[in-house]
Design a protein around this ligand. Structure first.
Ligand code: GDP
Ligand code: MG
Length: 430
């Protein structure tokens, strides 16, 4: 007891996923209850987390409750997957959409499985989705153990879950599986299978789920916005550092649009943002650039607008749409698999469905490239299948030019001035 609620600890975005009625909301409430008793936040009861369907029916959008708590080690924000038995499918779909668009970003999740049912269709669906939105590690909570007398039955559920985790590319052997009863924990009875198990679950969360690397700790990546030659100095590319840090003298790679060129960064200048640098005539466009090397920097980092002076590179060798990266840290590819959310017409998207081979523009960072969208091999009836506005679908994209992409990269799809969808890459191909 007595822990103080603070934001100084590492932050982690967690969520509860799993089949409807398996106990996600009960578990969420039980966690807040258990941790609140240790000073780790405020108790939120079931109805605060999952508001009654009648209440929701009056509102326009259904937003998931903002749940947060902390352990001695971390601060957690928790998103409970909606999908009350009485609620509409719409609400559940909007949650999936939020996961794809990044509105609900999960660093890790607890998959809740009822001991009475074992794995069910949404258990599998959520595992697949978790994988596709880039979640690397999960925890399993086998719930409602009070309803099952046969220990062999529990073992079976655990074994099946381990198999299923492996099948979807998670670590089926090592993933912590905790068995308990969320309802008992919430109601403050049966501490052996209640609160004690919640404690075990949160200990496992603290140790098994890895806090994602901060942008500063990731490999260097700067996207090219513009290229200049400065007489007497050489070629300078300007742009924003998306992640990582770089020091003068470091090796870098120019990547994308057919290029993969190794070079050395011989100077770093602080760069005025492009909207300032580009205003007015050509002279005022160049002067800030020349000036920026009057006060050279030793180091650039995530968030900086910078100018990079490159050794032995001609102006024609670099262009917007490419990236400057730590060598070997990312690949430039044409083909990828992604999870896509297709905007409805109310969201400014298409009015009509599309089919395989649809070719919108893919926008990422400072560039856009035409992409052909098809269904992944093995998708049933993929040629005739229609993708409707409002759908969440898995698709394979093939770009007309290669660009730097990796699992987890987010992008938007546009056509004729309209945003038709957003997506997140789950896999890149050579
Ligand atoms: P969700 O749809 O996954 O969020 O599931 P809920 O949390 O709404 O729980 C569904 C039902 O299961 C509710 O009636 C809960 O009271 C009940 N429930 C949740 N956890 C337990 C448990 O550990 N034991 C028992 N017997 N019932 C539970
Ligand atoms: Mg629920």
């Amino acid at each position: 007891a007595g822990g103080k609620f603070s934001r100084k600890k590492p932050h982690f975005n967690i969520g509860t996923i799993g089949h409807v009625d398996h106990g996600k909301t009960t578990l969420t409430a039980a966690i807040t209850k258990h941790l609140s008793e240790q000073g780790g936040g405020k108790f939120m009861d079931y109805s605060q987390i999952d508001k009654a369907p009648e209440e929701k029916a009056r509102g326009i959008t259904i937003s998931t409750a903002h749940v947060e708590y902390e352990t001695p080690a971390r601060h957690y924000a928790h998103i409970d997957c909606p999908g009350h038995a009485d609620c509409k499918q719409e609400e559940y779909m909007s949650h999936i959409k939020n996961m794809i668009t990044g509105a609900a970003q999960l660093d890790g999740a607890i998959i809740v499985v009822s001991a009475t049912d074992g794995q069910m269709p949404q258990t599998r669906e959520h595992l697949l989705l978790a994988k596709q939105v880039g979640i690397k590690k999960l925890l399993v909570f086998i719930n409602k153990v009070d309803q099952v007398d046969d220990p062999e039955m529990l073992e079976l559920v655990e074994m099946e879950m381990r198999d299923l985790l492996s099948q979807y590319g998670f670590d089926g052997e090592q993933t912590p599986i905790i068995m308990g009863t969320a309802l008992a924990a919430l109601e403050g009875r049966d501490p052996e299978r209640g609160s004690k198990k919640i404690q075990e679950l949160m200990d496992a969360a603290d140790t098994w789920l890895d806090v994602p690397a901060r942008d500063l700790d990731k490999p260097f990546l700067m996207y090219v916005e513009d290229v200049f030659s400065i007489s007497g100095r050489g070629t300078v590319v300007t742009g924003k550092v998306e992640r990582g840090t770089i020091t003068k003298g470091a090796d870098v790679e120019i990547l994308g649009l057919g290029a993969k060129i190794k070079t050395t960064l011989t100077g770093i200048g602080k760069h005025a943002p492009p909207h300032i640098a580009h205003k007015g005539n050509i002279d005022s466009r160049y002067s800030p650039l020349i000036e920026m090397f009057h006060k050279e920097l030793e180091r650039g980092e995530a968030g900086d607008n910078m100018g990079a002076l490159l050794r032995g590179i001609k102006r024609e060798q670099v262009r917007r749409g490419q990236v400057l990266v730590a060598p070997g840290s990312i690949k430039s590819v044409k083909k990828f698999k992604a999870q896509i959310y297709v905007l409805t017409k109310d969201e400014g998207g298409r009015y009509t469905p599309f089919m395989s081979n649809y070719r919108p523009q893919l926008f990422i960072r400072t560039t856009d490239v035409t992409v052909a969208l098809t269904f992944p091999p093995g998708t049933e009836g993929s040629d005739e299948k229609l993708v409707m506005p409002g759908d969440n679908v898995e698709m394979v994209g093939e770009l007309v030019h290669d660009i730097a992409l990796e699992a987890g990269s987010r992008f938007t799809l546009r056509e004729g001035g309209k945003t038709i969808g957003t997506g997140i890459i789950s896999e890149v191909y050579e």
